[in-house]
Write a protein that binds this ligand. Structure first.
Ligand code: KIV
Length: 265
């Protein structure tokens, strides 16, 4: 077994704050794993970070399986969670179970994530009963961006907050091992965290969550500075570093300084 299982993530509530990240390829996943990150999500944000789409809607099941398999090959200890893409679980529970199974069977994931609350509780129960660990995702659910009318903080009004609480309790009862809370007011995230038995993993949901997750490209400064959300902290500026290195390489090739004798046979 791996160092981190879904059960261990679940049992870490109240014991350890979980620093989780996304990854989309084997090389980056290996670096995160070696750093001791316990949970690596192969997010459908791959649509934005790697595939150049404006939303997560276009990414396909086959693309998600491809990236999940790459991440799984790079990871020895962390739990690898494959994100079920838009239309891989919405059209019917039988198809959803088969598709979730492909993440474990073909891509080497340890668990799947899917978006939604009470509407998905029956499906989640069925997945869990069939041996497929599930991570929930509530609040701003990007696969519903068209219905939500944009990327907005969720649960600000009392009715919406009560609905989010009911969704979280339903996911908890359905057997998820953790719940992502995205773009939720910090006070509401704190209440949900206290109400559920599994770790909440916040992204734009304040510091009271049991863990945090960020999109790796945001954390590394690979996303253009103007395109990062308020909740992102850029821990590095790799985009600027890549630009600088490429400019220097180009100028040295053009001037004849590269390759030098030490790079030649
Ligand atoms: O796809 C993704 O990266 C996600 C995270 C933002 C939680 O769902």
């Amino acid at each position: 077994m791996k160092q981190w299982t879904a059960l261990q993530i679940k049992n870490s509530k109240g014991r350890q704050r979980l620093a989780c990240l996304t990854a989309y390829d084997a090389g980056m996943a290996r670096l995160l794993d070696e750093a001791g990150i316990p949970l690596i999500l192969v997010g459908d944000s791959v649509a934005n970070t790697m595939l150049g789409h404006a939303t997560t809607l276009p990414v396909t099941l086959e693309q998600m399986l491809h990236h999940t398999a790459a991440v799984a090959r790079g990871v020895a200890g962390a739990l690898v969670v494959g994100d079920m893409p838009f239309m891989s679980y919405q059209a019917g529970d039988d198809q959803a179970v088969r598709n979730a199974g492909r993440f474990l069977q073909e891509a080497g994931a340890d668990a799947v994530k899917l978006e939604g609350g009470r509407l998905r509780a029956g499906l989640i129960r069925r997945l869990v009963d069939n041996g497929i660990p599930v991570m929930g995702h509530l609040g701003l659910t990007p696969q519903s961006v068209l219905a939500l009318g944009g990327y907005k903080v969720q649960g600000r009004q009392p009715e919406a907050a009560a609905a989010l609480m009911a969704d979280a309790e339903a996911l908890d009862q359905a057997g998820v091992f953790s719940i992502v809370l995205e773009c939720v007011p910090a006070a509401l995230a704190q209440e949900i965290t206290a109400a559920v038995s599994v770790p909440t993993i916040g992204i734009g949901a304040g510091s009271a969550c049991d863990g945090q997750i960020l999109v790796l490209h945001d954390l590394l400064g690979l996303t253009p500075p103007g395109a990062t959300a308020k909740f992102v902290k850029r821990y590095a500026e790799l985009g600027a570093a890549v630009s600088q290195a490429v400019h220097q390489y180009q100028s040295e090739v053009e001037s004849g300084a590269f390759p030098a004798p030490e790079q030649s046979y």
